[in-house]
Design a protein around this ligand. Structure first.
Ligand code: AMP
Length: 283
């Protein structure tokens, strides 16, 4: 059974034992409400012959007032079961007062310009909150490798940039997005979708597929094809954009790209993305 640590000292004790035995450590950071997407991150970590820590922390710092912090699904018993089934060594599930003993931190990580666009524009301050807790959890868990999903492409880009810019001593491993059979990207927030929303939610994936199919015709065609799918289904999008994976800024020319979409379905805001190659049909 996966051990549970609620405190820094319990985490440190486990961590010190592994360090003494010369074992490598991997971390998978989550906000709980675990699903098959999280399980895939854990499986990829398990392939690496290393101890696995899953962090389960609903980080208040990355939620603005009025966002879904209060209603975010909390499923600790099921999360522990999933961790046990997947062979996780330690589930670190601290209370906010353990992570932020002096209250909200005064000094935080600044995400920079990429933190102000797309998800950052819709959720001001969100990425500063994400990067601050990721930096803290990297210090507390001291992993050799940290696994993050491509599902949150902007977050992943910012974490990789932070690790580089601040010389944080961990290797970031990217894991492709896990989807339901019908293509819907798995998300803890899918639980908010009522049956009637699900068809509309699938439009995000259809829009990305339409964009992929248009890749050979250039950047504008990609965005137009994706937007047309959303419009036809009556889904209100926040953005449909192509970005350069190198710098996460909008791109218009040929080359590798990420097509990103954010849209409102019922009362839920969903995001999804796909990697493609503009100017060719390869991915
Ligand atoms: P969350 O608990 O939603 O903050 O996600 C924790 C980690 O799981 C992040 O690195 C996410 O990118 C990753 N993740 C969430 N959903 C998926 C998915 N459907 N496929 C792959 N990774 C995911």
């Amino acid at each position: 059974m996966t051990a549970v640590a609620r405190t820094r000292s319990a985490l440190e004790a486990a961590r010190a034992g592994w360090a003494a035995a010369g074992e490598s450590v991997a971390v998978v950071m989550t906000m709980g409400a675990l699903h098959a997407g999280h399980a895939e991150l854990i499986r990829q970590a398990r392939d690496g012959d290393q101890r696995i820590i899953v962090t389960d922390f609903l980080n208040p710092l990355q939620f603005a007032p009025g966002e879904d912090l209060d209603k975010y699904p909390r499923t600790f018993a099921a999360d522990l079961e999933l961790c046990t089934e997947e062979g996780v060594d330690l589930l670190f599930a601290p209370a906010p007062s353990e992570v932020y003993p002096a209250g909200d931190p005064i000094v935080r990580v600044a995400a920079g310009p990429v933190g102000d666009v797309l998800e950052g524009e819709a959720r001001p301050g969100h990425f500063d909150g994400v990067l601050t807790v990721v930096a803290k959890l990297l210090h507390l868990t001291a992993p050799h490798r940290a696994y993050f999903g491509q599902k949150d492409a902007q977050q992943l880009w910012l974490i990789k940039q932070m690790v580089t810019d601040l010389d944080l001593p961990a290797e970031v491993v990217e894991v492709p997005t896990v989807r339901d059979d019908d293509g819907l990207a798995l998300s803890s927030r899918n639980i908010y979708l009522v049956d009637a929303d699900r068809d509309q939610a699938l439009t995000l994936h259809r829009a990305l597929e339409a964009g992929e199919s248009a890749a050979v015709n250039g950047a504008t065609a990609v965005v137009e094809a994706a937007q047309a799918q959303l419009t036809a289904s009556g889904v209100r999008s926040d953005y449909v954009v192509l970005v350069d994976p190198e710098n996460f800024t909008a791109m218009n020319g040929p080359g590798p790209a990420i097509l990103l979409v954010a849209a409102h379905v019922g009362s839920t805001r969903l995001i999804d993305n796909v990697r493609l190659h503009v100017g060719s049909s390869e991915k």
